[in-house]
Every structure is written in structure tokens, then in C-alpha cells.
Design a binder for this molecule. Structure first.
Ligand code: NAD
Length: 279
């Protein structure tokens, strides 16, 4: 059911790859709530073609941009304003990729060229987006900018690898740019720290099924789905949250406040003696 939360708002949504993507769900729900927007993804992702279905469903245009390229981002911001007929009210960064994770390099055997790519794609791209938008004055007063993060930015999760460092940097950019953009234009900048979610990026993490199950058992409300993440994100794009900025907001069913749950304890107790000492 639509609440017309985003009626009249213009947006730019990065990162919808397929119908599992968190950005895909956000785009569908933003459309239901009355927003108009441009969809963007890297050229390789657009070649897969699935985003065209989303574009058709939501009446949106798709523009290719490699989020690590300032030139692509500037062109995208200029073209999007032409298409939408004005400045942008909300911007979603739902982008993450680690070549080290892809190549199954462990954290104590990283390839540093890949590491720099991880940081560039998953974190610096967010700074580039904000900097390009500010220089072009592409965002409306009180616009809302949201990035997707994960709790491995603050605590160690085996298998998340150099993406943890990228998310720590991303969350720091949220604060640093949030201050600058807040003072100059009232623009809100936040990140949502989402539960493990079954998507292409998520499933690429080593041991993801175990991580998903563990978080689900330990969170009093269970893992938050991509659809629920989209609902939360819409509140941040809406005018109902105009004084929320520079925050990393947990959307994780309570996971981030938990230590041990009764259910997880049950599982742990069953297997207590089966693992070698050093684990
Ligand atoms: N899935 C999870 O468990 C989970 C949990 C917390 C946070 N997140 C974050 O949510 C965001 C979205 O991921 P998702 O889970 O929906 O997976 P996804 O694979 O559907 O989305 C990742 C997107 O990043 C895009 N991308 C990669 N390189 C790019 C580049 N150079 N330029 C532009 N786009 C590029 C991909 O094309 C893809 O659309 C990511 O930031 C991810 O880290 C995911």
C-alpha cells in the first residue's frame, strides 16, 4: 500500500543488478511511493540486461556509470537532472565489490592492487558521488543520500575480508561529508547497516550461509530482508527524517546489540566438543 511518501521527489539509484539486489527493491518501492528516478550501474552490469525490466516497470531511464570514474559520475549527474527536470532529492549508493573476495584471497594474503580496487569501488566511489554532486550543485536543499553498509566495519567477521575496511571507510565518509553537506545545503548523509541478505554480492562472501544463519538465530527479530531494508530506506528519503544525518543506522533485527541468544547457545552447546582447540 502506498503512503505517497516520495510524491514529487526525484532520485538517482545506483546498484540494481537483478531482482535480488537491495537497490532493486528500493527502486520498486520508491516507484510505488510516487518518486521518479534514474537507474545507474556499471557498464558490465548493464550488459547483463536485467535492469531493463526494472526500468520498464518503474518508468525509469538507465544510464551507465562506473562509480569509480569521476567523469562518468559527472555526466550521469548532468544527464539525470535533464531527464528528471530538476535537481535530485535522493541518492542511493548500493555498490560493493572486492576482487580479493572474488579471487578467494585471505585477509593475510591480500593482493594490494585488488585491495585498492575494493576501496575505490566500495567506498571512495561514495566520496566521488558526493563531491561531484556538490560541485555541480546537483542536489536539492534537504536532499537525502544513503549508502549501504555492514557491521563488519566495526567488528571482525571472518570471511568478510577487505570489504570490512571498505565499509569502515564508507561509514567515515558518511560522517565527514555529512558535516560539510549538512552545513552548506541541509543535505542528509547516512548509511544503513543491513543484515546479511541473499544477493549476488552477499552470497560471494566466504561462509555466507553460516553467517546468514548465525545472524538470523541471534537477532530477536531475525534478519531483515531486502524488502524491509527498502522500506527503511524510503523513510530516510522522505521528509519524515529531515534531521537525521551523519549516522550509521542499524537495520538488522537487533543483531548489533546482541551478545549471545538462547537459540544460538543451544546450537553452540550441541557442537561444543567437536572442534579442535585452536578454533
Ligand atoms: N547482501 C548483503 O548481505 C549485504 C549486507 C549489508 C550491506 N550490503 C551492501 O549492500 C549494497 C548492495 O549490495 P547487494 O547485496 O544488493 O548486492 P548486488 O550484487 O545486487 O549489488 C552490488 C552492486 O554493485 C554494483 N557495482 C560493482 N562495481 C561497480 C562499479 N564499479 N560501478 C558501479 N556499480 C558497481 C554491481 O553491479 C551491483 O549492482 C553493497 O554496498 C553491499 O555491500 C549487502
Amino acid at each position: 500500500m502506498s503512503h505517497h511518501l516520495l510524491e514529487g521527489k526525484k532520485g538517482l539509484i545506483f546498484g540494481a543488478l537483478n531482482d535480488k539486489s537491495i537497490a532493486w527493491k528500493i527502486a520498486e518501492k520508491a516507484h510505488e511511493e510516487g518518486a521518479v528516478f534514474v537507474l545507474s550501474n556499471a557498464p558490465f552490469a548493464l550488459r547483463l540486461g536485467e535492469i531493463d525490466q526494472l526500468a520498464e516497470k518503474t518508468g525509469s531511464k538507465v544510464i551507465a556509470a562506473d562509480a569509480t570514474s569521476l567523469e562518468d559520475l559527472e555526466n550521469l549527474l548532468i544527464q539525470s537532472q535533464d531527464i528528471l527536470g530538476g535537481k535530485i532529492d535522493f541518492l542511493l549508493h548500493s555498490i560493493g565489490m572486492s576482487p580479493n573476495v572474488r579471487k578467494k584471497k585471505s585477509y593475510d594474503d591480500l593482493d594490494y592492487r585488488y585491495f585498492l580496487q575494493t576501496l575505490d569501488i566500495s567506498a571512495l566511489s561514495f566520496h566521488k558521488m558526493l563531491q561531484a554532486a556538490k560541485k555541480l550543485d546537483a542536489l536539492n536543499d534537504y536532499a537525502s543520500v544513503v549508502a549501504l553498509s555492514y557491521i563488519a566495519s566495526q567488528r571482525t567477521f571472518y570471511g568478510y575480508n577487505d570489504m570490512a575496511d571498505a565499509k569502515a571507510l564508507l561509514e567515515s565518509i558518511v560522517r565527514s561529508f555529512g558535516y560539510i553537506y549538512g552545513r552548506s545545503k541541509g543535505v542528509r548523509v547516512n548509511s544503513i547497516s543491513q543484515s546479511p541478505t541473499m544477493t549476488t554480492a552477499g552470497s560471494g562472501v566466504r561462509g555466507f550461509d553460516g553467517l546468514f544463519d548465525y545472524a538470523n538465530r541471534i537477532s530477536p527479530l531475525g534478519n531483515a530482508s531486502a524488502e524491509e531494508c527498502a522500506d527503511y530506506c524510503l523513510t530516510l528519503f522522505s521528509d519524515l527524517t529531515r534531521k537525521v544525518t551523519m549516522q550509521n543506522l542499524f537495520h538488522d533485527g537487533g543483531f548489533s546489540s546482541m551478545g549471545m541468544s538462547e537459540r544460538a547457545m543451544g546450537v553452540y552447546n550441541k557442537n561444543l566438543d567437536t572442534l579442535p582447540e585452536e578454533w
